[in-house]
Design a protein around this ligand. Structure first.
Ligand code: PHE
Length: 433
């Protein structure tokens, strides 16, 4: 069986899956739209639901050494192997809209390079998403590259990509954040980000925060389970904490890039109406101050494309290998990559036309529906199931063996047994009422 070359390799790969568009593209505009209450609840959700579950999901993978459709059976509960179907459904739906946004990053990277060379102009975000051919082309490219990376065998590639390119993206974000924040003042941004307003505390805000915590940490979909099944050593707690901290740090820094620019553009009378477009408007606006702005834009969107790819590849691999092991473990795994690839390609292409390019498809609002279905319902449901399994069904002796002797064990155990399932159950229940 393939194993990670080091525990650092595992942390990098898991962080590579976690850090992606959810952090840089989605979190800032959600934080802007939903305000400080959302952000504070998000951070709380990470503590009481996200981190404990991240460790829980990794435990299932590590202790079983098996993938989506075998892990639970290996630990004595074969019926729970059906969890894999939920993961496949969530995975396909995520890829359906994720690849569209990945395509946007590709397009912006490519267009800024062309603008830098003086051969083309970069269209505004609204014009671009309204252009069917450009949408199709960008989405096609992103899905094709995702499939290509999976086909080429990802392990080493992902480790290397994350190791060298992601710190660079982190540094770029920090520099951008410093510059953007200096334009409006630090306290203006922190007020927007962290001011608690009890009036905006409602079930919907909580659900959005929990759902986003799952999406951002790649939780509730079996990705962390599969990653951890390749892990040699027992350092799940450390790995889980690292992944969580890196993921959260990137999301917060990205807010300091996007939010000041959105505030500034609005102050100057401009409109940043599309939530989903905030990043694609904010960063170019920020970099328009610089002579080499085109190239900086290109670099930024290139790095973000890589971050998106490490996430989409991990997702694709998890789903395709799950299908393979379920349907014909003896057969050629590549076949399932092709089948999955074809399916995701069609779905993502249709979704790419739903952000304005095609009137009837846009009316279906596929992009938003896929996003909501997964982040608000399917991932939290997956998380609830994992909490129940780890907290109540998985033998404690096995858990202890992989958790290691750590002082936080009783705290974690209490949370995963009582707090997480109860909180998740209530949140899900109220969302259906
Ligand atoms: N966490 C990834 C991101 O932030 C998205 C993702 C979700 C990847 C689920 C894999 C599984 O972009």
């Amino acid at each position: 069986m393939k194993k990670w070359s080091s525990s650092l390799g595992f942390i990098l790969a898991a962080a590579g899956s976690a850090v992606g568009l959810a952090n840089v593209w989605k979190f800032p505009y959600m934080a802007y739209e939903n305000g400080g209450t959302f952000v504070l609840i998000y951070l709380l959700c990470l503590l009481v639901i996200g981190f404990p579950l991240l460790i829980g999901e990794m435990l299932v993978g590590k202790a079983s050494g098996k993938g989506l459709f075998e892990a639970f059976g290996e630990l004595g509960k074969p019926l729970w192997n059906n969890f894999g179907y939920l993961c496949i459904l969530s995975g396909v739906l995520i890829l359906g809209f994720y690849c569209v946004v990945g395509g946007w990053c590709f397009f912006y990277a490519g267009s800024y390079a062309m603008q830098g060379m003086g051969v083309a102009e970069v269209p505004g975000f609204g014009d671009y998403t309204g252009n069917g051919w450009q949408q199709i082309l960008s989405t096609f490219a992103f899905v094709a590259v995702t499939i290509g990376v999976v086909m080429a065998g990802v392990m080493r590639g992902i480790e290397q990509m994350v190791r060298y390119l992601m710190p660079l993206l982190g540094i770029l974000l920090l520099v951008f954040a410093g510059y953007a924040t200096s334009k409006v003042g630090f306290s203006v941004v922190t007020d927007q980000l962290f001011t608690y307003n009890p009036d905006t505390l409602n079930g919907e805000t909580v659900l959005k925060a929990v759902g986003h915590a799952f999406f951002s940490l790649s939780l509730g979909i079996g990705a962390m389970l599969v990653f951890a099944s390749y892990l040699k050593e027992d350092n799940i707690v450390k790995a889980g904490l690292w992944v969580g901290v890196i993921d959260t740090a990137v999301a917060l820094v990205a807010c300091f890039v996007v939010i000041p620019m959105v505030l500034l553009i609005q102050k100057q009378g401009g409109q940043v109406d599309e939530g989903a477009g905030a990043l694609f408007v904010a960063v170019p606006a920020l970099l328009s101050d610089f002579a080499g702005g085109n190239w900086l834009n290109m670099l930024f969107f290139f790095l973000l494309s890589c971050a998106a790819l490490t996430s989409s590849v991990s997702l694709f691999e998890v789903v395709a290998s799950g299908l393979h092991s379920r349907l014909s473990p003896e057969g050629d795994p590549r076949k399932y990559n092709w089948i999955m690839g074809a399916f995701v390609m069609v779905l993502a292409l249709i979704t790419s036309l739903s952000v304005g390019a095609n009137e009837s498809i846009s009316k279906l609002n596929l992009f938003t529906h896929f996003d909501d279905a997964v982040t608000l319902y399917l991932l939290p449901l997956g998380g609830l199931l994992i909490a129940i399994f780890v907290g109540w069904l998985m033998p404690e002796s096995i858990i202890k063996q992989h958790f290691g002797k750590r002082a936080i064990y009783p705290v974690w155990r209490g949370i995963i047994r009582y707090v997480t399932p109860l909180a998740m159950g209530l949140i899900l229940l109220q969302s259906f009422l």
